[in-house]
Design a protein around this ligand. Structure first.
Ligand code: ATP
Ligand code: MG
Ligand code: MG
Length: 349
């Protein structure tokens, strides 16, 4: 059988490996960190840095196609890998989504609504942007932010200096604060031949910048649901995308605003594991392997809850609940804010 190479050995790589394995593929994980969660289920693991060209080359030679579970893969590594094997989703999706400024420009050029934003190379630019955008606003590092890290809220203009100091010199953007009623996301997939399929949008609740729960169905009108799915399709098609993408949206009285995109399987799509015959992980592997997309119709109402840090103490009690599907990532060390697992609760009418 074919071998799928996965860059990144976290929980997403682990669940991709399980899905690939179920479809008869072998998986080979490339991960700099020791004892990655995906290593427990993959067929092979390479522990090496992204700067290690020889390791990258050997990895690529051992696989048929390469995918990834995170978007911050260094360009030099992509150069080495893409010369040897197809990388799916392709590099355009990475180029766009590795930098919040590039991503916002891409989305607004597509005609999609985004929060008002400005590039913030220095303090003068921040003062000017605050004058135009106003407060409240959020300063975000352009690169490497996740789970709300690298962000500082500016509630009043006198907080600007402290917010900029929080960026520690990293390039940043300012975003106007969106007055949303709630947040939803679309987990969308595009196949090698250009077909697009979306899972039913989920409604997301964040706590301290980290996703806490995703609930399906989301509170959306049928027109909003259609808007959400159609705009996701436009994004994937514009990128000539192959694989699964997470599209995060703010729901406002004036319509849907795109918050950000993630060129990979997405935490807010974990409900699909127990709410659909074909989940986001299988859908991604299908797309990457050049198979037709599967049918991701939702057949249950589901609430996905992340198990973060000390939530692991609840596992013994959770394991007693019979309508709960537990998914644990096998991470050795519990740390505050670390995603340790999730549960999918099936809601019966
Ligand atoms: P993720 O882990 O989803 O990648 P992230 O660190 O990239 O998170 P964002 O998605 O940009 O961060 O922001 C995290 C959360 O902060 C959002 O889901 C939303 O609740 C809030 N937020 C971010 N930007 C804005 C905004 N412009 N207006 C209002 N709320 C916002
Ligand atoms: Mg993000
Ligand atoms: Mg986000």
């Amino acid at each position: 059988g074919a071998t799928i190479g996965i860059l990144g050995g976290g929980q997403l790589g682990r669940m991709l490996s399980v899905a690939a394995s179920r479809l008869g593929f072998k998986t080979h994980i490339f991960e700099p960190g020791a004892a990655p969660p995906a290593g427990q289920v993959a067929h092979r693991v390479t522990t090496a840095l992204y700067e290690d060209d020889a390791a990258l080359t050997a990895f690529a030679h051992g696989v048929d196609v390469i995918t990834y579970e995170f978007e911050n893969i260094p360009t030099s590594a992509l150069d080495t890998l893409s010369a040897l094997r197809p990388i799916r989703p392709g590099r355009e999706a990475l180029r766009v989504s590795q930098d919040r400024l590039t991503e916002k420009d891409f989305l607004s050029d597509l005609g999609l609504a985004v929060a008002p934003y400005a590039d913030i190379p220095n303090a003068a630019a921040l003062a000017a942007a605050l004058g135009r955008i106003g407060t409240p606003a959020i300063l975000k590092t352009r690169r490497f932010g996740y789970d709300g890290k690298g962000q500082a809220r500016i509630m009043t203009p006198d907080e600007a200096d402290a917010a900029l100091a929080d960026m520690a010199g990293a390039p940043a953007i300012l975003e106007g604060f969106v007055d949303f009623t709630h947040e939803v996301s679309v987990i969308a997939a595009r196949g090698l031949t250009g077909e697009v399929a979306c899972f039913d949008p989920g409604q997301n609740v964040h706590e301290g910048g980290i996703l806490r729960t995703t609930t399906v169905p989301a509170d959306l009108t049928s027109a909003q649901r259609q808007d959400a799915v159609l705009l996701a399709g436009r994004i994937l098609t514009a990128l000539d995308y192959v694989g699964v993408m997470g599209v995060e949206l703010f729901v406002t009285k004036a319509g849907l605003i795109v918050n950000e995109i993630a060129p990979r399987v997405h935490n807010s799509g974990h409900w699909t594991q127990n709410g659909c015959a074909i989940d986001q992980f299988e859908q991604h592997i299908r797309a990457v392997a050049g198979w037709p997309l599967g049918d991701g119709s939702r057949y249950a109402d589901v609430v996905m809850e992340n198990l973060i840090g000390a939530d692991m103490d609840r596992v013994p009690a959770l394991s007693q609940e019979r309508d709960l599907a537990l998914h644990l990532y096998g991470k050795a060390e519990v740390k505050p804010g670390r995603k340790m697992g999730h549960v999918n609760r099936i809601i019966r009418p």
